[in-house]
Ligand binder design. Structure first.
Ligand SMILES: Cc1cc2nc3c(=O)[nH]c(=O)nc-3n(C[C@H](O)[C@H](O)[C@H](O)COP(=O)(O)OP(=O)(O)OC[C@H]3O[C@@H](n4cnc5c(N)ncnc54)[C@H](O)[C@@H]3O)c2cc1C
Length: 457
């Protein structure tokens, strides 16, 4: 029984937002039914994205709709508001929120009052002031970016196949990825594998014509799988003719030429930027305490330090890692922590409402699995190192067990099974991004290049 009517506001519908709301929904079922508690989730998209599947979505092994989970369906006891928190005044317990409706109506932002706040907006790409990056770079954090990149890569093969200009062809067939973490290595591994396969359907493009380049500022890649497996990944990628450049930075990509710190220059139409993440900028628009990296200062109980009734977890939060040997270490921003923290967070809010003692978040990082393309992978889990097919299989088995909802598990499994029977999908649906172009042409106007607001439909 909760002490008084509790209005819980969850900002963010990703890992932390969705799993915390699910936990609260389960814990407070009776109170929600009696109207003693109310959960509102504010998030820009009506779905949670299972980011570890984005590289497979980009490769066409999983449909875009199956890497996302519809929030309204799973959070059926919550109010889901599609919008963005712009500011949070925790002293007054209010959040300023814009929604699609407030934008359309020009009515400005809405104020939402709350009693308990869960702040989980995650992170955004950490960019640097590299000339040309804002104009030509593409990130790899969202399903839109993953599918956009897939279409773009296949389109480059079409451009290369149809041009007579060797410079245009060369630039089209050069793909530069910046950042050797999970996102960059998996995206490159899957897309190179997909493009290599697709090339067999082009009469004048071969895998040897393509240049795939991975640029990493430090001396190693995939730190998540340990040093040995990181070294193995470099060897494996190089064996596939991928040009891995360690201790190298992208200095410019202005005028569609990637200039690297080692002096190399690559004319290219593709620069994928996956050089790390930083906490979401909305955190700076709150009166809550942040650490020197801009993450919310939290206690091991996932409360925001010194701010009663505010809670946080995931990429946005600096949660002390109580299992770390070195004191002062925070939990790394990854899904492994985000999911587990969300469960403790949901329980702790319930405990707080019921006047019960709070739980402490403690989880020792168990290692990681990464896919490098079809039947290729690398893993370092519970001290065991795996590579090649066994690692790839473990990657699939692990993520299938983790992707939320039975519905999504069944759909993903069905897609993988069908892929074993039929040929891979190699079609580019880039024109989906301009659905009005054909009609505008028919109506006598000039086709606009404006993408639709929600390309997923
Ligand atoms: C390609 C890729 C592969 C990855 N693979 C792995 C992996 O294999 N293993 C692993 O452990 N981790 C992996 N990660 C990292 C993992 O996905 C993140 O650590 C995890 O998503 C963090 O959860 P979160 O809830 O903090 O943030 P998110 O899941 O990003 O959720 C944040 C949510 O907040 C919403 N939001 C943002 N701003 C606002 C606002 N102003 N108002 C309201 N809502 C807002 C966002 O739209 C989003 O829905 C991967 C990440 C990427 C990009």
């Amino acid at each position: 029984m909760v002490k008084e009517r509790a209005r819980i506001l969850v900002v963010g519908g990703g890992y932390v937002g969705m799993y915390t709301a699910l936990r609260l929904q389960r814990n407070l079922r009776a109170e929600l039914r009696r109207g003693e508690a109310e959960i509102t989730v504010v998030t820009p998209d009506p779905y949670m994205t299972y980011q570890p599947f984005l590289p497979e979505a980009a490769a066409g092994s999983i449909s875009p709709r199956h890497v996302v989970v519809p929030l309204r369906r799973v959070l059926d006891q919550c109010h889901v508001v599609i919008g963005e928190a712009q500011r949070i005044d925790h002293t007054r317990r209010t959040a300023t929120v814009t929604t699609l409706a407030t934008e359309e109506e020009g009515t400005g932002a809405r104020r939402l009052a709350y009693d308990e706040l869960v702040l989980a907006p995650g992170s955004v790409s950490r960019t640097l002031p590299v000339p040309g990056l804002a104009d030509h770079g593409i990130g790899f954090k969202t399903v839109e970016e993953a599918i956009g990149l897939r279409n773009h890569v296949l389109e480059q093969l079409d451009i290369a196949s149809s041009t007579r200009d060797p410079a245009v062809r060369d630039a089209a067939l050069t793909f530069v990825f910046v950042g050797g973490g999970f996102a960059g290595v998996e995206a490159l591994g899957e897309l190179e594998d997909m493009a290599r396969y697709a090339a067999r359907y082009y009469h004048n493009v071969t895998p040897e014509d393509m240049k795939w380049i991975l640029v990493e500022a430090s001396g190693r890649i995939l730190p998540e799988v340990g040093e040995d497996m990181g070294r193995y990944t470099v060897t494996e990628l190089r064996r596939r003719n991928i040009d891995v450049r360690l201790d190298t930075r992208l200095e410019s990509c202005a005028d569609r030429v990637a200039v690297l710190s080692d002096g190399a220059r690559f004319p290219t139409r593709t620069v994928v930027w996956t050089a790390g993440v930083k906490p979401h900028p909305v955190l700076a628009a709150t009166d809550l305490p942040l650490n020197d990296r801009g993450r919310l200062l939290c206690t091991p109980q996932l409360a925001v330090d010194g701010a009663p009734h505010a809670w946080a977890a995931g990429d946005a939060a600096a949660v002390p890692d109580v299992t770390a040997a070195a004191p002062g270490a925070d939990c790394a921003p990854n899904a492994q922590h985000a999911v587990r923290q969300a469960r403790v967070l949901g329980d702790n809010i319930t405990h707080a409402l019921r006047g019960e003692p709070l739980d402490t978040y403690a989880h020792k990082y168990v290692g990681s699995v990464a896919s490098l393309g079809f039947h290729q992978g690398v893993a370092h889990v519970y001290g065991r190192r795996l590579k090649g097919y066994p690692a790839w299989f473990m990657h699939r088995a692990y993520h299938l067990s983790r992707v939320p909802t039975v519905n999504r598990k069944a759909r993903v499994l069905a897609e993988w099974a069908l892929a074993g029977l039929f040929k891979r999908e190699i079609v580019s649906l880039g024109s989906l991004e301009h659905p009005r172009a054909e009609f505008e042409l028919a109506a006598g106007g000039k086709p606009s290049q404006e993408p639709p607001r929600n390309p997923k439909g």
